[in-house]
Design a binder for this molecule. Structure first.
Ligand SMILES: [Mn+2]
Length: 316
């Protein structure tokens, strides 16, 4: 079984390095730090590093380690919550002795020595908890690990709301919830809003468009982002402002990103499958949540008309 194989590798190596994906979200950081804290608690003599960029959104979960290249020489390397080589933050992940992938996104390429990819998990943090449950005689959970794992579960499941949630997700939630970390403090860090965010939400709600087939969308140009003083990353993360609207079955955000020189495109749905559409335009992701990068606003128009057709077919 994969859980035992992974544990064997953990036991084999003294140095373990864990990588996350670019623009890491709380599920990714929760998996990365959760795994790190679990291994540290269980094997105090091992050196475990979590590497990659720190983001404002996830700093409350813990900060990243900075390591030199030679640390990789005899290291076991994990990548979590990511399936594509090019989306991994810090390409040194290739320099370790052994590479293990743990991911819940649909498989796109195989390159690790051990691949544990399973889309039936609602969150990558759920997989880390599964690894712990299946190796309970060896792995020891602590408060610190439980806190970041719970944070990942909450965010990737929309607080146990998305249809990816199973009976197992709830049981595993309880498995970490029972630790003593402050839930209120965690919720405050995950869900507080700034005044700027609230005003921007007001703009989104007043200005989104929708079609008679149930496609909702909004185009966010650089001048709009400047006016509300929000980054492209932040703005595109607001896509679920358009969820839970009776008339809308699929919703999209198109956000100009001046650093990337492209238009960030996020697809969300409560019916029509969107990852094939994302793949058609060079992106990917989950069946009901995916994205891509568009080169121009003309390109965006093509995506909108394709998406509208999907909505129409869904409603037939
Ligand atoms: Mn995830």
């Amino acid at each position: 079984m994969i859980h035992k194989e992974i544990l064997k590798k953990i036991e084999e190596f003294d140095t373990i390095i864990i990588h996350h994906h670019v623009s890491p979200d709380p599920d990714c950081i929760g998996s990365q730090l959760g795994l790190k804290y679990l291994i540290e608690e269980s094997y105090p003599n091992k050196k475990v590093y979590a590497v990659g960029e720190n983001t404002d959104r996830t700093m409350f979960m813990g900060s990243m380690d900075v390591i030199s290249d030679n640390v990789y020489n005899d290291a076991l390397v994990f990548i979590v919550d990511v399936g594509d080589k090019k989306r991994i933050d810090d390409q040194r992940f290739l320099n370790g002795k052994t590479l293990i992938k743990i991911d819940h996104h649909p498989l796109t390429e195989e390159f690790a020595d051990l691949e544990w990819v399973d889309t039936k998990f609602s969150a990558c943090t759920e997989m880390i908890i599964d690894l712990y449950i299946e190796n309970k005689e060896k792995l020891v959970m602590n408060d610190k690990a439980a806190r970041v794992l719970y944070a990942g579960l909450l965010t990737d499941t929309g607080r146990f709301y998305y249809n990816s949630v199973t009976e197992r997700t709830l049981r595993y939630g309880a498995e970490v919830y029972k630790f003593g970390f402050s839930k209120q403090d965690l919720y405050a860090n995950l869900y507080y809003k700034s005044v700027a965010e609230l005003k921007f939400t007001g703009f989104l709600m007043a200005n989104f468009k929708y079609t008679e087939n149930g496609l909702g969308y909004i185009k966010l140009t650089q001048s709009i982002l400047d006016e509300y003083n929000v980054t492209a990353e932040f703005a595109s993360g607001m896509v679920n402002t358009l969820s839970n609207i009776k008339e809308i079955v699929m919703w999209m955000f198109f956000t100009e990103d001046k650093d990337l020189g492209k238009i960030r495109t996020s697809f969300r749905s409560r019916g029509p499958i969107v990852n094939k559409l994302a793949a058609k335009y060079g992106g990917g992701g989950h069946a009901l949540a995916s994205g891509t990068l568009a080169n121009s606003w003309e390109f965006v128009e093509n995506i909108i008309s394709d998406a509208d057709i999907l909505c129409k077919e869904f409603n037939l």
